[in-house]
Design a protein around this ligand. Structure first.
Ligand code: PLP
Length: 382
């Protein structure tokens, strides 16, 4: 089946013949024998959540999926479930702020060493591998700089090194399963904040992990059970509904983002426009190799100071100033103060996150309306 069909039909499980999976709110399930069998208790698993997991696995072309109460639930369960004191994790330097904070506070406290590298250059990853390296953790495109990391090159670095055999974990939230297939390139685990494109309607906080290895899946299932990070059935129903339109939405997000990136590139108030689909993007060739959809995120620098940024935000009528991304509505944010507000100035400076950098999540509204809104706001910023 093609992705559009899979998104709608995979995982459907309704004994009454309904065309959607029913929401089963039971916390516990009748047991007819002494050995706990099937569904037992919804912190372990639940029929509605399990149905969504089949849908998610099919979408990512993976054998297994596990659904979590948030993207951070998926991330923390994966890292804590698979690493132990003394292990090292190599991470790309431009990670989601919550993941960075989790590593810098909780993982470090438990004796896990975090090694940060610019993974755009795979040699940096190669040089960082030692006999304690147990995991390489990546985002691509990164947030907010939309850097593209070559999944082929990183997997090759791992495969040919003779020092250790780290797991490769990829946060695929920005690209979605339709935009990029890390398991195909050799990653072991794909993670998502379902809160973003996969649910797509800004009304759920949820996460998922997709993978092919049964041993890893069993470990993560047990860790999820004891950390209490399983998804609840209501959210599973909402995410399942959102997935049905994901392929259609992603086409609209990409088309809109492409037009807006081109518009901003030609606008005198904008500079450093970053979008993986633009020829000017520093890693456009890698993006073309590994992405089937360049996504709906665009980052640019507004010419002017923070007062100009404020005037720009104040003049917007359709774009909502807010964190998060991937919903049907267009959102806009200033990473320096908002999503990356808890990083130090020095860290942001090193990465190149400035006070006038703007990140946009292009929704699926009419593109002419979006362009008009941006035109007015850019004029107001002058
Ligand atoms: N990964 C990425 C790339 C994100 O942008 C986010 C949230 O913004 C997360 C993970 C965390 O997901 P959640 O907010 O669902 O816990």
């Amino acid at each position: 089946m093609k992705e559009e069909t899979t998104a709608i039909h995979a995982g459907l499980d309704n004994p009454n013949g309904g065309v959607t999976t029913p929401v089963d709110l039971s916390s516990t399930f009748r047991q007819d024998s002494l050995a706990l069998d099937g569904f037992a208790y919804s912190r372990l698993s639940n029929p509605t959540v399990a149905s969504l997991e089949k849908q998610l696995a099919a979408l990512e072309d993976a054998t297994y999926a596990l659904a979590f109460s948030s993207g951070m639930g998926a991330i923390s369960t994966t890292i804590l479930g698979l690493l132990e004191s003394g292990d090292e994790i190599i991470v790309s330097d431009d990670l989601y702020g919550g993941t960075q904070k989790f590593l810098d506070t909780i993982a470090i406290k438990l004796g896990i060493t975090v090694v940060r590298v610019d993974a755009v250059h795979s040699v940096n990853v190669a040089n960082a591998i030692n006999d304690k390296t147990k995991m390489i953790y990546l985002e691509t495109p990164t947030n907010p700089l939309l850097k593209i990391v070559s999944l082929h090159d990183i997997c090759l670095v791992r495969d040919i090194n003779l020092i250790s055999n780290p797991l490769i974990v990829v946060d695929n939230t920005f690209a979605t399963p339709l935009g990029q297939d890390p398991l195909f390139w050799g990653a072991d685990i794909v993670l998502h904040s379902l809160t973003k494109y996969i649910n797509g309607h800004s009304d759920v906080i949820a996460g998922a992990v997709m993978l092919n290895d049964k041993g890893l899946k069993d470990t993560l299932f047990a860790t999820r059970t004891y950390m209490g990070t399983c998804m609840n059935p209501f959210d599973a129903m909402l995410v399942s509904r959102g997935i049905k339109t994901l392929p259609a939405r992603m086409n609209l997000h990409e088309a809109g983002a492409n037009e807006i990136a081109i518009f901003l590139e030609g606008h005198p108030m904008a500079e450093n426009v970053l979008y993986p689909g633009l020829r000017s993007h520093p890693q456009h060739n890698i993006a073309t190799q590994q992405m089937d959809n360049y996504g709906g995120m665009v980052t640019f620098t507004l010419k002017g100071d923070t007062d100009a940024v404020q005037r720009f935000l104040d003049a917007l009528k359709i774009f909502t100033p807010a964190v998060s991304l991937g919903g049907v509505e267009s959102l806009i944010e200033v990473p320096y103060f908002m999503t990356h507000g808890n990083m130090s100035h020095e860290e942001k400076d090193t990465l190149g996150i400035t006070e006038n950098m703007i990140r946009i999540s292009i929704g699926i509204e009419n593109i002419d309306d979006l362009l008009k809104d941006l035109t007015t706001a850019l004029q107001a910023a002058k």
